[in-house]
Design a protein around this ligand. Structure first.
Ligand code: ADP
Ligand code: MG
Length: 360
């Protein structure tokens, strides 16, 4: 056993399509310590889900995958389906945005939890499994679990269904839980309940967590580290404090500027304008250039590598990250004079992506 439970290195995923090759993930890497929580944040289309599906071995057969995904030291890329489904069942549990992806509509939720328990504990008695299912439903905050255990998924609200999925993940006693936009379809109060349920699942199982979201606000209280993704790459990574208090990539500043502020009298929002580039025909250079207030010629020729940006483990991919020391989103996004000529040239080279309806 090592301290690292999941290690992704140089992961690249491409989809050949009629229009060309979609470079969905372009060299993503992270290391997840045992019990640690990592937030992966970025706008729709930045490659978050494709990264997660690659880790789980759930990408369509057409996907071209390179790099390495090690779980407990074992390389998962290229494993047989049989061995992979073993790992998926026990080692890594996944929570999707839509709980009906994981729940079977024709069985009561208690039955589905018990089934998972019995699969992993062949000696367990059916009655004990039912008792444990009730306990797990209670643990994830389902009211009257002894009654709800016999309910069908359609008799529950979306938030409750998502908590059932988390109860099933707990029943697996996984080492890693990957939750992909688990709260996106839910209103704010219910979001908090689902995030609490994930906390409980982590506390009870000791699992590490990868929490994927387009909402930087969601990761704040729930992860130790954050990775920001843009156009298929990680563009900044660090502790929650690094990301929230000393961001070194203009895109991160933009995401922060879009958050509602509770600590200011007048809640001033500084959203980023424009949309992410298409991953079909990425021109050279930094893909954030057309939207970046710091952009200049150098940004058009070379894509900046992830490099140290201050505290240990804090990395950012911006040629000019030093210029962000001591600045806030308002200053950068409202007063910096972007090089409009350079921006226009990049925009010509990179047709903007039209975000698809319904993808988050
Ligand atoms: P996110 O989860 O960050 O919103 P995704 O990881 O789902 O983004 O998608 C990243 C990119 O990969 C998007 O441009 C998306 O359209 C593309 N993509 C995802 N799946 C496929 C596929 N099966 N075939 C072609 N392109 C895909
Ligand atoms: Mg997604």
């Amino acid at each position: 056993m090592t301290d690292t439970v999941l290690e992704v290195a140089d992961l690249a995923v491409e989809f050949p399509t009629e229009d060309g090759t979609v470079r969905a993930v372009r060299g993503v890497g992270y290391r997840l310590g045992r019990g640690e929580a990592l937030g992966i944040v970025g706008e729709s289309g930045s490659g978050k889900s494709v990264t997660a599906l690659a880790v789980m071995g759930l990408l369509p057969a057409t996907a071209r995958i390179r790099g390495s995904v090690r779980f407990d030291g074992e390389e998962l890329l290229g494993l047989s389906d049989a061995r992979l489904s073993e790992v998926r069942g026990k080692g890594i549990a996944m929570v999707f945005q839509d709980p009906m992806t994981s729940l079977n509509p024709v069985y009561a939720v208690g039955y589905q939890i018990a089934e998972t328990l019995l699969r992993h504990n062949p000696g367990m008695k059916a009655r004990a499994a039912r008792e444990r299912a009730i306990e797990l439903l209670g643990a994830v905050g389902i009211p009257s679990p002894e009654r709800r255990v016999d309910a069908y998924p359609h008799e529950m609200s979306g938030g409750m269904r998502q908590r059932v999925v988390i109860a099933i993940a707990m029943a697996n006693d996984p080492d890693v839980i990957i939750a992909d936009e688990p709260t996106t379809a839910l209103d704010v109060t219910v979001q908090a309940q689902v995030l609490d349920a994930l906390e409980t699942a982590r506390a009870e199982t000791g699992a590490a967590l990868v929490l994927i979201t387009h909402d930087l606000g969601v990761v704040a209280g729930h992860t130790d580290r954050v990775a920001v993704m843009y156009a298929g790459r990680m563009v900044e990574t660090g502790s929650v404090e690094d990301i929230f208090y000393t961001p070194r990539m203009p895109y991160t500043l933009g995401l922060l500027g879009s958050l509602p502020r509770l600590d200011r009298e007048e809640a001033r929002l500084t959203p980023i304008t424009g949309s992410p580039p298409s991953l079909l025909h990425l021109p050279p250079g930094c893909p954030f250039t057309p939207r970046c207030p710091l952009a200049r010629d150098a940004c058009l020729s070379a894509e900046p590598p992830l490099r140290p940006a201050g505290a240990e483990g804090h990395l950012s991919a911006c040629h000019f990250s030093e210029e962000l020391v001591g600045t806030g989103a308002e200053e950068v996004f409202e007063t910096a004079g972007a090089d409009s000529e350079a921006l226009a040239r990049f925009a010509d080279a990179a047709p903007l992506n039209t975000p698809e309806e319904g993808t988050v």
